[in-house]
Design a protein around this ligand. Structure first.
Ligand SMILES: [Zn+2]
Length: 197
């Protein structure tokens, strides 16, 4: 699946908005991703996960994603690979593995995120996997907006469906504001575009 086809799934479900946005960080941006919307369409999620599985070059035993963002995506990738899928979650601010999830010693683990920005959540999930005897061997995401592979130094290959450059601006330096536009806060509007599954 080519990048355009991937992003088409996002556009049609309102999961990728293009325009002028005020992010929760206060920064302004020209794009906004809400991956939960594309994943809320099971057929689309399944198709994306299959495309991801075809692209993955590393043999893995287990898929793990940090909650909440990567729970559904980890499940879909696990289905496409026919592998177990689990999630890590925060408890008292700390990333943990709960609900009886665990690893056989040495199990090879794919850690997935929905959108990879800095890789912060994936990094926390990696630590949890290691602490429980698993071996992180690869990283995966639907969208990579990090501009590279944040895990290259650790020797972990990154597989993603689309590389997307997202421009982010301080409000005072935002060219979209300079052009006279006012930013909108994403998430305040329900996206019901792209009917069906
Ligand atoms: Zn702006």
């Amino acid at each position: 699946m080519q990048t355009d086809a991937v992003l088409d799934h996002f556009r049609k479900t309102g999961a990728m908005l293009e325009g002028h946005f005020e992010l929760s960080s206060g920064l302004h941006s020209d794009r906004y991703f809400q991956c939960a919307l594309v994943l809320s369409r099971p057929r689309r999620a399944e198709e994306l996960a299959r495309a991801f599985a075809e692209r993955l070059k590393t043999e893995v035993d287990v898929v793990v994603g940090p909650a909440m963002g990567a729970v559904v995506w980890a499940q879909e990738v696990g289905r496409a690979l026919d592998r177990r899928a689990m999630f890590t979650e925060r408890s008292g601010g700390e990333m943990t593995l709960r609900r009886g999830f665990g690893f056989e010693p040495g199990e090879r683990c794919l850690v997935v995120e929905d959108v990879l920005t800095t890789g912060g959540s994936a990094r926390e999930a990696i630590e949890v996997v290691r602490a429980h005897g698993g071996v992180p061997v690869a990283i995966g995401s639907m969208i990579n907006r990090s501009g590279g592979n944040p895990f290259e130094d650790e020797g972990l290959p990154l597989t993603c469906l689309a590389e997307v450059e997202v421009q982010v601006f301080e409000p005072a330096e935002c060219p979209l504001c300079s052009a006279g536009g006012a930013p909108v806060k994403p998430g305040s509007r329900t996206a019901l575009a792209g009917g069906g599954a």
